[in-house]
Design a protein around this ligand. Structure first.
Ligand SMILES: [Zn+2]
Length: 50
């Protein structure tokens, strides 16, 4: 039960925000400050909650 709501929360958060590397375009976790693909710190964050 607890695990299911945790997953649901993650999915909801994912729908509200999107982080993308400005350098290579890789989609990243919203908490990530460094691209896991190219190592760039230029992460674009889009907020769809408004
Ligand atoms: Zn990158």
């Amino acid at each position: 039960m607890g695990m299911l709501s945790a997953v649901r929360k993650r999915l909801t958060d994912r729908h509200r925000t999107l982080s993308e590397c400005r350098h290579c375009g890789t989609n990243l976790a919203t908490t990530t400050t460094e691209c896991t693909t190219c190592g760039s710190h230029e992460i674009a964050q889009y907020d769809f909650s408004q």
